[in-house]
Design a protein around this ligand. Structure first.
Ligand code: CA
Length: 218
């Protein structure tokens, strides 16, 4: 049974979600950030539903901490504020999707399934050659033994490409799998992130396939 951790301080939402999701998943609940972080570390959930406004911290900080701690959970942010800027911020910090309150349970369940499915399609755990070393579980990468400053979104993008190395991946696929169900971005966003990734890891790793997409070449 897959594990879901719900971090949410509104008791009605927390209990409602727990009731509903317990039928399909093993669920854990936390009403604040500290409790949530400790459960994330001990339970290593497959997915975390993470409220943005919490009594002791913000969902953004929790998201960052979880990724920094090398916890390989997918994250869906719950937000009451339907702002594009929040969405981009969460995705940059490594969240996989967003859902805006109030939401329907059916919609949430569909998103959960989609995120868990995407996670199964990201099997690469690591990559290593003479120049580049990437540990996808710990979210860290090195070039010639020097730690690279990659954003979580860049790491996710790289993970998808490495998992399909030597195969062409379309921009649309990248948007769907890396940016999420409700893609907030246009395919130009993909190009911009590929550009910055190339600058960091070395430009020869990612080949442009004209008018189609990209290919990771070891
Ligand atoms: Ca809240």
């Amino acid at each position: 049974m897959k594990k879901i951790l719900i971090i949410e301080d509104e008791p009605a939402i927390l209990l409602g979600l727990k009731d509903e999701l317990s039928q399909e998943y093993q669920t854990f609940t936390a009403a604040n950030g500290a409790q949530g972080l400790s459960l994330a570390a001990t339970q290593q959930p497959d997915l975390i539903l993470l409220d943005i406004v919490l009594p002791d911290t913000t969902g953004f900080k929790i998201c960052q901490q979880i990724k920094d701690d090398g916890i390989d959970s997918s994250i869906i942010m719950l937000t009451a504020r339907d702002q594009v800027v929040d969405k981009v911020k969460g995705l940059e910090l490594g969240a996989d999707d967003y859902i805006t309150k109030p939401f329907s349970l059916e919609e949430l369940k569909a998103r959960i399934k989609a995120v868990l499915r995407r996670k199964e399609m990201l099997p690469a755990q690591e990559y290593k050659d003479e120049i580049l070393t990437i540990d996808f579980k710990k979210n860290k990468a090195w070039r010639k033994n020097k730690l690279l400053k990659l954003s979580y979104l860049e790491l996710k993008l790289l993970r998808f490409l490495v998992s399909r190395k030597e195969k062409t991946v379309t921009r649309r696929e990248l948007l769907e799998h890396v940016w999420g169900y409700q893609a907030v971005s246009s395919t130009r966003t993909v190009d911009a992130h590929i550009g910055s990734l190339r600058k960091k890891i070395g430009k020869n790793y990612i080949t442009t396939i004209h008018s189609i997409g990209y290919r990771f070449t070891p």
